[in-house]
Design a protein around this ligand. Structure first.
Ligand code: UT7
Length: 327
């Protein structure tokens, strides 16, 4: 028998305040036309003073636990992917743990920026398959509005705040069972290339400036790498799962730019109506974007039990990765 991590439920949370392109254009030298044409973004959510990465993560986790029908006490692993933790330490995952009333479990944060959720779900999958965990909460949550330079129109219009979460459980399937029928995580692939640190980074930190810093990005160069790296890792992960892109029911990509989503779908020869798109509503929410998009597509009934879905993301580092899973 082979032990796999299966998806038991999803949840998400957004700040109360929605900010349209038109509202942003009142204070930033930009326009709705430019943002929509270059990125597909129409709206983003911005956290208020009483909303933080950990509070959004907790709300998303509660929704995922409800959807899974699992009590918080049954969770033995929490991995929170974030680049915007509430504090430098403790890990925001332990804040979520405390808020959920879980007295003892493994809880830690993963920092891989926009690919954080792919890194987190891959680690959770490994721990479940090895028997080190039985039921995991994997969360992506961010408050990027707090690290944006609101004077820099080339970056501040692109990002938003939010959180998404999944509950994973363990299930045994027969050795040699066909990837056409087995559910759960079938394969995942992760990459990093630190030579590109300088293309997308935050210009501060505890050990350097003792400040939080602001996000800096060379957008065009990130764009070029994203299209190439994402197509490569998607082909790699499908081959590892013993499947081809024609088997994909839904691609759930990191939501950075509608043009990157289109280019990736074209490279995979995947019809655009098989791609979950939420960048118009949420903008780029970094580590939150994949689980947030996944939860939206499950709740609106597009993704159904039995569907083969592929998650992917690429971000600062660079880091990138993909994961194939049958719901
Ligand atoms: O999540 C991590 C991964 N991140 C990404 O994948 C982001 C990847 N990059 C992108 O999505 C795109 O490169 C951007 C959306 C960031 C930029 O789009 P672009 O088509 O590459 O635009 P650009 O940087 O070449 O800028 C074109 C023009 C410039 O003006 P000039 O020099 O041609 O006169 C910019 O100054 O657009 C100008 N511009 C703006 N104009 C109005 C840049 N930002 C804005 C703005 N509003 N917000």
């Amino acid at each position: 028998m082979i032990r796999r991590a299966i998806l038991l439920g999803t949840g998400s949370a957004l700040p109360v305040r929605a900010v349209s392109n038109a509202e942003l254009a009142q204070t930033v030298d930009t326009s709705d036309e430019w943002i929509v044409e270059r990125t597909g973004i129409r709206n983003r959510y911005i956290a208020g003073d009483d909303e933080t990465t950990a509070s959004l993560a907790t709300d998303a986790a509660r929704a995922a636990l409800d959807a899974a029908g699992i009590a918080a006490q049954d969770i033995d692993l929490i991995i929170l992917a974030t680049a915007t933790p509430d504090q430098t330490f403790p890990a925001s995952a332990t804040k979520v743990q405390a808020a959920l009333g879980i007295n003892d479990c493994v809880a830690f944060d993963v920092a891989a920026v926009c690919s954080g959720f792919l890194y987190a779900i891959t680690v959770a999958d490994s721990m479940i398959r090895s028997g080190a965990a039985q039921r995991a909460l994997v969360i992506g949550a961010e408050t990027f509005s707090r690290i944006l330079d609101w004077e820099d129109r080339t970056t501040c219009v692109l990002f938003g705040d939010g959180a998404g979460a999944v509950v994973l459980g363990a299930e045994e399937s027969a050795d040699g069972a066909s990837p056409e029928t087995v559910r759960g995580i079938l394969a995942s692939k992760l990459h990093a290339d630190g030579r590109h640190n300088g293309l997308l980074y935050v210009d501060g930190g505890p050990s350097t400036t003792q400040t939080v810093g602001k996000l800096r990005m060379k957008g065009q160069e990130v764009f070029r790498h994203a299209v190439v790296n994402l197509a490569a890792v998607l082909n790699e992960v499908m081959a590892a799962a013993g499947l081809s892109s024609s088997d994909i029911d839904w691609l759930v990509p990191h939501q950075a730019n509608a043009r990157i989503l289109d280019a990736t779908a074209r490279k995979l020869k995947l019809s655009p109506d098989r791609v979950v798109v939420t960048v118009d509503r949420h903008a780029n929410t970094s580590a939150a974007s994949v689980p947030l998009a996944l939860d939206c597509a499950i709740r609106d009934g597009r993704i159904k039990p039995g569907d083969l879905i592929v998650l992917e993301a690429m971000g600062g580092g660079f880091t990138w990765g993909a994961c194939v899973l049958r719901v």
